[in-house]
Design a protein around this ligand. Structure first.
Ligand SMILES: Cc1cc2nc3c(=O)[nH]c(=O)nc-3n(C[C@H](O)[C@H](O)[C@H](O)COP(=O)(O)O)c2cc1C
Length: 158
């Protein structure tokens, strides 16, 4: 199995998840941070994983653009989609459903909401103020779910 894992991250959470997934997957895995690298073609890969995170209700534009631009190609790959966010339950599911095209969600072999982190060290002044006010949190916390990551890896490996 040859896997391409495409992601973007603001404070590193989606990247941490990417590295955990990379560790667990069978075969060769290439990680591409779309903020840093451009990806022209990915015909060589039989499996593609796309991951991002939610800020103010939305996934990074680079991820939605990537999904739209490559819709037809992604539909013929073994596909995994994951999201990092701090909301849970129905709200998190809504964010996931809005983050990726429905066709891709239906086609995906594995989908996961991995949880998220508030990393105060990496937030700027404005972000800290927003999180203090809206989430009523004033210190770094992690709600990343190792179980979600493990289940996601298992589905892709099988
Ligand atoms: C300014 C800001 C806005 C956020 N907005 C949302 C949101 O609307 N919904 C949500 O579930 N999580 C929200 N989060 C939490 C992020 O999704 C969480 O921090 C995630 O782990 C970020 O992943 P990243 O570091 O890979 O970008 C927000 C975080 C910040 C700092």
């Amino acid at each position: 199995m040859k896997t391409l894992l495409v992601y973007t991250t603001r404070h590193g959470c989606a990247e941490k998840c990417a590295r955990e997934i990379e560790k667990g997957l069978r075969g060769e895995v290439k990680l591409v941070n779309l903020k840093k690298e451009k990806l022209n073609t990915f015909t060589d890969y039989d499996t593609v994983i796309v991951g991002g995170s939610i800020h103010a209700g939305k996934i990074q534009k680079k991820i939605s653009d990537f999904c739209q631009k490559n819709l037809d190609t992604l539909k013929v790959k073994k596909l995994g989609l994951y999201l990092c966010c701090m909301e849970e339950g129905e709200k998190a599911q809504q964010q996931f459903d809005n983050a990726f095209p429905t066709d891709l969600i239906e086609h995906a072999t594995a989908t996961a909401i991995m949880g998220g982190e508030f990393d105060f060290e990496r937030m700027n002044f404005l972000e800290r103020a927003i999180i203090r006010k809206i989430a009523q949190v004033d210190h770094s916390i992690s709600k990343v779910s190792p179980e979600q990551i493990a289940a996601f890896i298992e589905k892709i490996n099988n």
